[in-house]
Design a protein around this ligand. Structure first.
Ligand code: UDX
Length: 438
């Protein structure tokens, strides 16, 4: 099928490249002309394992192209994915202005007398995470801007892609959710995904929109739950990893997303939990569980830095090493990363920070980037340090040469924000080890 994907960010680019891989004819559109130029020359502006090779292969086989001309692209497409960002406003509400302006652009391009009636039918797919009810808003926008009702349908098809494993998540989904009003649109999208042989859920648009929020909010809840248990563990002498392993063996619970640590960050959980809280409140319901999920998550980082302050006493002028900046391993994404909060709190105490991350080499978005030096390897970052602070559980940190680290550091303190090191080994190497829930 001929497909356009409007918005070539994490979701749009992965969706476009994977749909091309399935054999469709895809054009990814973005308003950012520089990004389109980069992509057309085979340069991928984000770090996502396997994505560069997938894009290059599909571009070379003429199944994937890039353009900043939305009208001409949309005109020749049967299915149009809206995959633009829906960032949080200050009060948590999802900012859907980009979705609305794309919908208007699409209407401008496809309205007016249809050519051959059949070919003119288009399915507009909300891939972006949007508040419940957005499908109706997009439908009304298209009609208001001149598109005849019988020439299109709006579908909600939320994504469940994790950064760092997005391609695999797309090609092997647990389920594909399609929210549609009319059968014809459902059949078009079912046809589009047929090569995946996946379990397809057909539901209403509003249910599909809420399925996305409920899925992310539940995962975030699981994490805040185990972090709460970790805080109890520290006070009663239990070990949260042992607790999580045994609790997770109950197949009704499952071990995934029960790793205690500095909590969740990234571009989705914070945005989606806040948007769902805002939506519930706007409809007159107070989502107490979700508010606690958010509060526990925020407190987790403050408690962790509190441990560092309590141990080192006065941080002023002391060198502290921060290992890991990205919000989780296998990505370069700093959005809402716990590292940003840890850095801000440590700098506010006058600490001198030396950081290392295997992928993140650009810290321009750090507010006080002048006060933090980026090292090329973890040992350079550990030179003269009073504390080794692990914020992101990059696999290479478990291989750290602890003897070498001890020689380089001034004080033997390890604060492990992701319980990623083996506490016994760390203590045997002469360090004082602080984990989460240990
Ligand atoms: C998430 C959802 O998993 C995905 O389905 C959705 O489409 C987008 O949001 P992502 O944000 O990329 O994906 O990362 P994920 O792997 O879910 O981790 C989210 C955060 O939770 C990270 O900050 C991670 O460090 C944290 N986390 C994860 C924990 O703190 N403990 C865990 O056990 C798992």
């Amino acid at each position: 099928m001929k497909i356009s994907v409007i918005g070539s960010g994490y979701v749009g680019l992965v969706t476009g490249a994977c749909l091309a891989e399935l054999g469709h004819q895809v054009t990814c559109v973005d308003v950012d002309k520089l990004k389109i130029k980069l992509l057309s020359s085979g340069k991928i502006p984000i770090f996502e394992p396997g994505l560069e090779e997938l894009v290059l292969r599909n571009v070379s086989q003429d199944r994937l192209a890039f353009s900043s001309a939305i009208a001409s692209t949309v005109k020749k497409s049967e299915v149009i994915f809206i995959a633009v960002g829906t960032p949080s406003r200050a009060d948590g509400e999802a900012d859907v202005s980009a979705v609305e302006s794309v919908a208007k652009e699409i209407a401008k391009a496809i309205k007016g007398p249809s050519g051959k009636a059949g070919a003119a039918y288009k399915v507009i797919v909300n891939k972006s995470t949007v508040p419940v009810g957005m499908g109706d808003i997009v439908t009304k926008l298209l009609i208001k801007n001149g598109v005849a009702k019988n020439r299109f349908a709006v579908v909600s098809n939320p994504e469940f892609l994790r950064e760092g494993s997005a391609l695999d998540d797309f090609m092997h989904p647990d389920r594909i959710v399609i929210g549609a009003q009319d059968k014809r649109a459902y059949e078009v999208i079912t046809e589009l995904y047929r090569p995946l042989n996946a379990h397809i859920i057909f539901t209403s648009i509003k249910s599909a929109e809420l399925i996305k929020y409920a899925s992310n909010a539940f995962l975030a809840t699981k994490i805040s739950f185990i972090n709460e248990i970790a805080n109890v563990c520290e006070r009663v002498g239990s070990d949260v990893s042992e607790v999580a392993d045994a609790v997770g063996l109950d197949k009704r619970i499952g071990r995934a997303f029960l790793s205690a640590g500095l909590g969740w960050g990234g571009s989705c959980f914070p945005k989606d939990v806040s948007a769902l809280i805002h939506l519930a409140r706007a409809k007159g319901y107070n989502p107490e569980i979700l508010e606690s999920v958010l509060n526990v998550n925020q407190a987790q980082v403050e408690m962790f830095v509190g441990k560092i302050k309590k141990t080192l006493k006065n941080l002023n002028g002391k060198v502290i090493t921060v290992l890991g900046l990205s919000f989780k391993p296998n990505t370069d994404d700093l959005r809402e990363a716990p590292s940003l909060k840890v850095i801000e709190l440590l700098l506010s105490e006058g600490a001198k920070l030396k950081a290392y991350d295997p992928i993140v080499k650009n810290v321009d978005q750090l507010k006080n980037k002048g006060m933090i030096s980026l090292a090329d390897d973890p040992y350079e970052a550990l030179q003269g340090s009073q504390a080794l602070v692990i914020v992101t559980e990059w696999p290479e940190f478990t291989e750290l040469d602890l003897k070498k680290a001890k020689q380089l550091m001034q004080k033997p303190y390890v604060f492990d924000g992701r319980n990623t090191l083996n506490a016994k080994r760390v203590k045997e190497a002469g360090f004082k080890y602080f984990g989460i829930g240990k």
